[in-house]
Design a protein around this ligand. Structure first.
Ligand code: 3SL
Length: 237
């Protein structure tokens, strides 16, 4: 039976062997939610890159939209920041455009997971699509939580618990304390995710940046039920 495990932070990735596994990259607030939204709103493909320089270079080379964030704020000189609402602006629809994006933790977590057999971006917005995909793959799954600058984040971990709950009993979701902890968080928080996460560090950080509408948006389960950002060559499609 395949197993699901959870890596609480990209700093812990050297402890895992991603070869042959499906990596689910999660940065609920907000990179993975923003990438899902962008693809759901008509962006053709996404180049997730670690540095601001690469983000700008991809923008020039591919003529694509650019989005960048550092410390929660839009990085200067790019078309957009890291808010999903950037892709919901009726005056500037993203249809048919590609996107390069660089964020503090989320896109860097993806770049550090390239040894995996398959890489998919997960969020509450596409939880069902990720669960269906991982079930079809039938391989071991590692949920890679982007965290915050190497630290544990509640919202990414509770997503891991939600995915584990969806994959049980077809997957072994009881094999590590990390997954057990995530399942416990999900059992505690699922009835009112918003209330449960209110005290979390990143929610407080976003609130101080007046990005609290993003928080509620990113917690919508299966709002983009058909969006499955899959890594192919150098991009998410
Ligand atoms: O670090 C990241 O990847 C971002 O998602 C953080 S923020 O939500 O834009 O602050």
């Amino acid at each position: 039976m395949p197993k699901l495990d959870i890596c609480f932070s990209p700093e812990l990735l050297p402890l895992y062997d991603l070869r042959g596994q499906v990596a689910v990259i999660v940065d609920i607030l907000r990179a993975s939610s923003t990438i899902v939204t962008a693809l759901g709103e008509g962006v053709t493909h996404v180049f997730p890159v670690a540095s601001l320089e690469e983000c700008a270079a991809y923008g020039r080379q591919h003529g694509c939209l650019t989005a960048a964030e550092r410390d929660g704020l839009p990085a200067p000189g790019f078309d957009l920041g890291n808010s999903p609402f950037g892709f919901l602006n009726a005056d500037r629809p993203p249809h048919g455009r590609a996107l390069s994006i660089s964020t503090t933790n989320g896109t860097a977590a993806l770049r550090r997971s390239l040894a995996a057999e398959a890489i998919v971006v997960g969020a509450f917005l596409n939880l069902g699509a990720v669960a269906d995909f991982t079930r079809r793959q039938g391989r071991d799954v590692l949920v890679v939580c982007a965290g915050w600058k190497g630290q544990f984040c509640l919202e990414d971990t509770i997503f891991g618990g939600a995915l584990a709950a969806r994959l049980a009993p077809d997957f072994d979701v009881y094999g590590s304390d990390a997954t057990l902890a995530a399942l416990h968080l999900w059992q505690q928080g699922q009835a009112d995710l918003s209330a449960y996460l209110l005290q979390s560090a990143h929610v407080r950080r976003l609130n101080s940046l007046e990005a609290n509408q993003d928080f509620a948006f990113c917690l919508q389960i299966d709002a983009y039920a058909k969006v499955l950002p899959l890594w192919q060559n150098d991009r998410l499609v």
